[in-house]
Write a protein that binds this ligand. Structure first.
Ligand SMILES: [Zn+2]
Length: 322
């Protein structure tokens, strides 16, 4: 099957002008390099040959695999292997090899936290024998293709599509625990899942929680900043305070880190809302550095999303009807 799968879409990143939700992004480097280097933590010039998969135990049955792209969680035990997200197709052999060191058993389940290609790129290469599980909007968006941060994404081939979809979450009983895929609502996209390993006490947040700075909220894929705050509240209301956290991108974190992130998002939305209500334009808020208190930690020219771009995203989200 691997031989029939099309080359991953990431190789075809077109050099088009970056826009965020129709606006020109306030970024300072060519978007393809920026995306490769920062959001996806991919190597320069899309050279995946140098990427190594680092494996570490998180807790209980759960392992953390870091390579390039979204973080992978793996449940490893008696029943076999189940993974959350799969990065890029060219890394699939390395991911398979890293998992083979943890278990002789195959990957039987793969859960996608959302449809972005740095989390689903390897889908087709895991789909035999793994069953792919995802929010129904992930399947819809993979079939349709679309646009992510100015990049045209081609429709995914059938083997890359989830075979089990749902709207309100699902429980996978595996390796002696209930693995709950929570669907907390619109956030990073409209198909986000947060996966809670209830006994191991680990939560993979997908891109509803990231540690790279101002978060990318994909409004074009149905995401919402206000929604992300509400989604985090849904999850934080359910998971234990001492759970270990795997962010969509970044290192293993704590629930306290997620609360801090949620609080900062809420304050930033408040600042932009107040500014707009006071008659200021988005451009004024950008020029005035309305998000200055967060810029030292969250922004900077080495960051994927600038403060200006995030102000524009918040403003557009506030103006949206739903
Ligand atoms: Zn994403």
């Amino acid at each position: 099957m691997a031989g029939t799968v099309e080359a991953p879409r990431v190789y075809r990143m077109p050099l088009i002008r970056p826009t965020i939700q129709g606006r020109r992004a306030s970024v300072r480097a060519p978007m393809h390099a920026l995306i490769a280097a920062l959001l996806l933590a991919a190597p320069p010039e899309h050279d995946f040959s140098k990427v190594e998969i680092q494996t570490s135990k998180v807790a209980g049955s759960v392992w953390f695999l870091k390579g390039a792209g979204g973080n992978i969680a793996a449940s490893v035990g008696e029943d076999g292997v189940a993974i959350i997200d799969d990065q890029f197709a060219p890394l699939s052999p390395k991911i398979h090899a890293a998992l083979a060191k943890l278990s002789a058993k195959p990957v039987r389940f793969l859960i996608n936290t959302h449809w972005h290609f740095d989390h689903t790129g390897g889908n087709a290469l895991f789909s035999d024998p793994a069953a792919i599980l995802a929010h129904e909007n992930v399947r819809k968006r993979l079939i349709a293709g679309g646009n992510i941060f100015g990049m045209e994404i081609k429709p995914a081939p059938p083997p890359a599509l989830p075979v089990v979809t749902f709207r309100d979450g699902l429980s996978l009983w595996w390796n002696g625990e209930e693995i709950r895929a929570l669907a907390p609502g619109r956030g990073h996209t409209d198909g986000d899942l947060v996966v809670w390993f209830t006994k191991s006490n680990v939560v993979h947040f997908g891109d509803d929680f990231v540690t790279y700075g101002f978060p990318f909220v994909d409004l074009q894929s149905g995401g919402s900043v206000k929604g992300m705050i509400a989604a985090l509240d849904v999850v934080l209301g359910q998971v234990p305070a001492d759970a270990k956290v795997i962010p969509g991108h970044g290192e293993v974190s704590t629930i306290a880190d997620v609360r801090k992130f949620r609080g900062a998002l809420d304050e930033m939305v408040g600042v932009v809302k107040k500014g707009l209500a006071g008659g200021k334009s988005v451009e004024q808020l950008q020029k005035e550095h309305a998000l200055a208190p967060w810029e030292p930690a969250w922004g900077g020219k080495d960051k994927f999303i600038s403060a200006e771009a995030f102000i524009a995203t918040i403003a557009q989200d506030l103006a949206a009807k739903k």
